[in-house]
Design a protein around this ligand. Structure first.
Ligand SMILES: [Zn+2]
Length: 418
């Protein structure tokens, strides 16, 4: 039993004037993707709910078979991606060194300073108080202008809103209890609000910022936090889904996702190398991921996405050959839609999906794109992904059958005998 997934991050898109009312997938010359669609069973997948945009982390969390209510938060995935040790009783937030102008508000000039060298980042971090308002703070550098803030204390909660809205709202937002009346959320948001003000006070005249201003650069005078999260215990991918899984990827967030589910993570430098690694993988579930499609969408140039798709497509030829000659299930899809037009970062549209394997109900779809696959036979959400794979391999457990003391999607190979 083997499943090979080609995950084109953010591959879904919208039609644009530039491409003559086509989506990048419709416009691009992609004979291999089209062949997979024409030989396989196709359809559309709603990553979460129709109309609700999701990020790669949450979309993958659902795709890989985990319940939404146990999602630990993006900060935990970031921490795992960067090898930050986690304490189950502490709260973690992703932070960025930002530049603000203090008026009545803290007006954001730059959300994160890409030009801040790591050594300056570390130097500025020395101003973070180890102890503040009865809580302990510890900060670690992760990448570029970003870091991870660990907070330890009594009565803390992750149910708080983000001071960094990401959307260009122009100013730092107040942290507030999020969807809860819990007093711990109020305690935590008050703590974060006081901490941000204290940090501004400590950073505004820091020698690094005086130097940056003299050099005509923006001062790194604000530590902007978001995505409060707490590590929880999640079963491994193997335990949850009954398959030994490997993720082959080239981005830090995907490495964090592999760590979260205790899957093997194999990095690649070039996609061709990733394809080779996927073809020789001994794992039962192989997830070959590329971020290039998503990044091309973020440029807001539909032609950039077309170019990336046309670069990836020929590299999929050996995967198609392999799927036609071996008894495996090949799946090609995306985790969400990254529109290459309009203001949305990601959008809540469904993505095309194609399954290629023995005994599937092949449909009449001939091309791998949003509108062709919409004529295919499958309608599914991200949560259906693992059950469909287990079903294909005849590993699904009949609903309502209680085998062993824990609800399972698959027939467990270990059980207690009387
Ligand atoms: Zn994206």
């Amino acid at each position: 039993m083997k499943t090979l997934v080609v995950l084109l991050d953010g591959v879904g898109d919208l039609v644009s004037d530039e491409l003559g009312e086509k989506t990048p997938l419709e416009y691009a010359y992609t004979p291999n993707l089209d062949r997979i669609a024409s030989l396989g069973e196709t359809g559309m997948m709603v990553p979460y709910h129709l109309g609700i945009p999701v990020g790669t982390d949450f979309a993958h969390y659902l795709l890989l078979g985990y319940p939404e209510e146990k999602f630990p938060g993006r900060s935990i995935i970031e921490a795992l991606a960067h090898g930050v040790p986690l304490n189950k009783n502490h709260i973690y937030m992703v932070t960025s060194w930002a530049s603000v102008i203090k008026t009545e508000d803290y007006e954001i000039q730059t959300r994160y300073l890409m030009d801040l060298p790591k050594e300056d980042s570390l130097e500025l971090s020395m101003t973070i108080p180890a102890s503040f308002n009865s809580s302990q703070f510890n900060w670690q550098f992760t990448t570029d202008g970003h870091g991870l803030l660990e907070i330890a204390g009594e009565n803390l909660s992750t149910e708080i809103s983000d001071p960094d809205a990401i959307y260009p709202l122009g100013c730092v937002l107040q942290s507030e209890p999020y969807n809860t009346q819990d007093h711990r959320a109020k305690t935590t948001s008050d703590l974060i609000n006081s901490f941000m003000k204290e940090m501004y006070h400590r950073l505004k005249d820091h020698p690094i910022n005086i130097k940056r201003k003299k050099q005509g650069m923006e001062p790194a005078n604000f530590l902007l936090p978001k995505w409060a999260g707490k590590p929880g215990r999640l079963p491994s991918f193997h335990e949850e889904n009954g398959m030994r899984g490997e993720i082959i990827g080239a981005s830090t967030s995907i490495r964090g996702i592999a760590q979260l589910f205790k899957m093997r993570y194999t990095p690649y430098q070039y996609f061709e190398e990733g394809v080779k690694k996927a073809l020789s993988s001994p794992y039962e579930y192989i997830h070959l991921h590329t971020k290039d499609t998503d990044q091309a969408g973020h440029t807001k140039d539909p032609f950039a996405k077309v170019k990336v798709l046309e670069k990836i497509d020929p590299l999929l030829a050996p995967i198609l050959d392999y799927a036609l000659n071996e008894d495996i299930l090949l799946i090609v899809t995306g985790d969400h839609t990254t529109p290459s037009i309009g203001p949305m970062i990601h959008s809540g549209d469904p993505v095309p999906i194609a399954f290629l394997g023995k005994h599937l109900r092949t449909d009449d779809v001939r091309c791998f794109n949003e509108r062709s696959c919409a004529k295919g036979s499958i309608r599914m959400t991200g949560k259906d992904f693992i059950p469909i794979i287990l079903n294909f391999h005849s590993k699904s457990l009949f609903h309502h059958f209680r085998v062993g003391g824990r609800k399972s999607k698959y027939l467990p190979d270990k059980f207690n005998k009387l």
